[in-house]
Design a protein around this ligand. Structure first.
Ligand code: C2E
Ligand code: CA
Ligand code: CA
Ligand code: CA
Length: 279
């Protein structure tokens, strides 16, 4: 027993070393990625289900690392957050998305909204609204076409400070949505206090919505609640016609997911905008 205890410990430290080493390698390569131009944005269409028209896109960050290959944002964004790199990266994302949005607007994609994901770390910075204002001013992208996606995790810090920041963002004229809705904590109590326009139903509820009665109940309840609060609701992770029909039958009229399109390069968006989607 003594020996196996030591072996377990040895195994544990080896695993820890591997994790720590991967993290340190990530941080060291990630810290030069921005200036080396290794980031790019992909855009995933959001569709109005009653017309098949594209209403907007979500900008999703991609990192093509020559050293490590393609790495999921689910892996590198938490690293960027803890290493203090997320602010510079997020500034780039915001500027790039607004620039692209303005280009589409100039190409005649009138009314196409661009959604950008915000990190909770950005809400610890007092000048968030000023940065957004500057990105809009510098690019000429209209505020009402910019959507900022936040998660419930931002409510972990000082709630009044967060609400003040959100009010500032809203005062600029941007739209605000709650991402991954239903997965965070205390979803309901603050919802009516926040100046938000839209709720995104998390894909974990959408995935099994036609086979799992619990997920069906949750999705139905979220849709009813958003209507009661006069909020728009959009489902993410829609992959099948059956999911889409379920959503429509419950009064959710907007969706995003592989059923329509994966995230694509900016050059693909105009054709999708003009052709629309079969619904
Ligand atoms: P998210 O904001 O919840 O984004 C949705 C994720 O689901 C994206 O993964 C998207 O590619 C994926 N997805 C879309 N449709 C489907 C579908 O039908 N089925 C399935 N299984 N997945 C689908 P992605 O691009 O890998 O991004 C992962 C996460 O990384 C995002 O989750 C977001 O939290 C974060 N992220 C991405 N870009 C940014 C960014 O610019 N800034 C920040 N702070 N976070 C970002
Ligand atoms: Ca998102
Ligand atoms: Ca999401
Ligand atoms: Ca997510």
């Amino acid at each position: 027993a003594k020996n196996s205890g030591r072996n377990n410990f040895q195994f544990f430290t080896e695993q820890m070393n591997a994790i720590v080493q991967r993290q340190m390698r990530l941080i060291s390569v990630l810290s030069g990625a921005l200036e080396r131009g290794q980031f790019l944005l992909k855009y995933q269409p959001q569709i109005a289900l009653r017309t098949g028209k594209m209403i907007g896109v979500e900008a999703l960050l991609r990192w093509q690392s020559p050293e490590l290959g393609d790495i999921s944002p689910n892996e590198f964004i938490p690293v960027a957050e803890s290493a203090g790199l997320i602010i510079a990266i997020s500034d780039w994302v915001l500027m790039e998305a607004c620039l692209q949005g303005k280009q589409w607007l100039d190409q005649g994609l009138t009314g196409l909204r661009v959604a950008v994901n915000l990190s909770a770390v950005q809400f610890q910075q007092p000048h968030l609204a000023e940065k957004v204002r500057q990105a809009l001013a510098a690019t000429g992208f209209p505020a009402e076409l910019l959507e900022l996606e936040i998660t419930e995790s931002i409510m972990m810090s000082d709630k009044n400070a967060i609400i003040t920041l959100l009010d500032e963002l809203k005062a600029l004229g941007t739209q605000i949505s709650i991402d991954d809705f239903g997965t965070g904590y205390s979803s309901l109590s603050y919802l009516k206090r926040l100046p938000i326009d839209r709720v995104k139903i998390d894909q974990s509820f959408v995935r099994d919505v036609v086979i799992d009665p619990n997920d069906a109940a949750i999705v139905t309840a979220i849709i009813a609640m958003t209507h009661g609060l006069n909020l728009e609701v959009i489902a993410e992770g829609v992959e099948t016609q059956a999911q889409l029909e379920f959503l429509l039958s419950k009064g959710c009229y907007y969706a995003q997911g592989y059923h329509f399109s994966k995230p694509v390069g900016e050059q693909t968006i105009p054709a999708l905008w003009h052709s629309g989607f079969a619904v």
